[in-house]
Design a protein around this ligand. Structure first.
Ligand code: NAD
Length: 347
């Protein structure tokens, strides 16, 4: 990614942090703060290059801004990446990272994300107040995120089949991490058939001990004949190589940035696959951390996460009326919110 591309990407600010003593290498990207302070988790990955880390954080922070706006939250969008082996972190690294967050004076509020935990955020809090998703608050937001996804799967079933409930369907879940596991729990409780894949053998054996599921190899998950494909691992999984292989009618999962590019939303539409926009349906996590900041209860977070399904229904209806895709409708709603030209949805 060139400097020009970064400068023209529409972000309010992109800040690089380097701390020699602890080895911290982090990037904090703030896409938009017009609706409120930018809020987004911190991801730790051993990125091959700094360019790849930059690309990831820019895409993720933009996604957070759209997510907050589409969920009618008074928040902007930001995200952070720490370039590090997730197994080689230390308390001093997280303390240095907290100082980096603090230097942005509240324009960015952090929380947990892939490879960071509630415990890590408690360490970050030693050096900044601009952190949420803590053990003292509403805790891990993943079960709330999973509830939102489940409700959106139900709405998507109504859209595609009219007469099928969760108990009648087969869902292929990619990733049995925090959200994937919680989603499998919801799906199995509701009586769905579940096939799951993960690159982490330990995560899979935990799932197999607790739930009656079929396990397939990570690459084979795309070929599973199912009703719903639920990507709950990393981004970019809907791409030129995978879309032709999919044998599902609906895609609804928690992963951020599932589409490798915008054209892949059209490819899915052309293939007759209903794509539930990722940032709309996975807003349960953001909703949880927002309610934690406001001092509200977990029940309120669950209620709001369940109501995401009503928003999704609205985007499905608008797409039908306008001959567009649900993603285009969600994007347009979020953009108008950020520009102050659309009003919040009332249900
Ligand atoms: P996690 O790290 O707990 O789980 C991710 C899982 O995916 C891990 O078990 C990992 O081994 C697995 N995985 C990685 N690569 C894989 C591959 N190629 N094939 C199959 N499995 C693979 O993360 P999480 O919190 O469950 O989040 C999952 C996704 O949902 C992420 O994209 C995250 O940004 C997004 N998300 C999470 C929340 C939340 O509340 N936690 C909210 C919104 C969005």
């Amino acid at each position: 990614m060139s400097l020009d591309e970064v400068m023209t990407d529409g972000h309010e600010s992109v800040t690089f942090f380097h701390d020699e003593t602890t080895g911290l290498e982090a990037i904090i990207a703030i896409y938009d703060t017009s609706l409120g302070p930018s809020l987004g988790g911190t991801r730790i990955l051993d990125y091959e290059t700094k360019e790849k880390a930059l690309e990831d954080v820019l895409r993720l922070s933009r996604g957070m801004a759209y997510k907050a706006a589409a969920a009618d939250l008074p928040l902007g969008g930001g995200k952070a990446v720490i370039i590090n082996d997730p197994d080689e972190t230390s308390e001093t690294l997280f303390e240095a990272y907290g100082k980096a967050v603090d230097s942005l004076e509240g324009r960015y509020i952090t929380a947990e994300d892939v490879n960071t935990s509630v415990e890590d955020m408690a360490i970050v809090q030693r050096t900044t107040d601009h952190v949420t998703g803590l053990d003292t608050g509403l805790g891990d937001p993943s079960p709330v995120t999973a509830r939102g996804i489940l409700e959106c799967i139900k709405t998507s079933l109504d859209q595609v089949y009219a007469d099928r409930g969760v108990e009648d369907i087969h869902v292929a879940v990619q990733g049995a991490g925090k959200v994937g596991k919680a989603l499998i729990d919801e799906l199995r409780t509701a009586g769905a058939t579940v096939t799951v894949a993960d690159v982490d053998e330990q995560a899979l054996s935990t799932i197999q001990e607790e739930y009656d599921v079929t396990v397939v190899d990570p690459d084979a998950i795309y070929d599973v004949e199912c009703d719903v494909f639920a990507p709950c691992a990393l981004g970019g999984v809907l791409n030129d190589d995978t879309i032709d292989r999919l044998r599902c009618d609906i895609i609804a999962g928690s992963a951020n940035n599932q589409l490798a590019s915008r054209k892949h939303a059209e490819a899915l539409d052309a293939a007759g696959i209903l794509y539930a926009p990722d940032y709309v349906i996975n807003a349960g996590g953001l909703i949880t951390v927002y309610h934690e900041m406001e001092g509200n209860s977990k029940e309120t977070a669950y209620e709001d996460a369940e109501a995401i399904a009503d928003r999704l229904k609205t985007f499905y209806q608008r797409a039908e009326e306008n001959g567009t895709t649900p993603l285009e409708e969600a994007d347009s709603y979020a953009e108008q919110k950020m520009q102050g030209t659309d009003h919040s949805m009332v249900f």
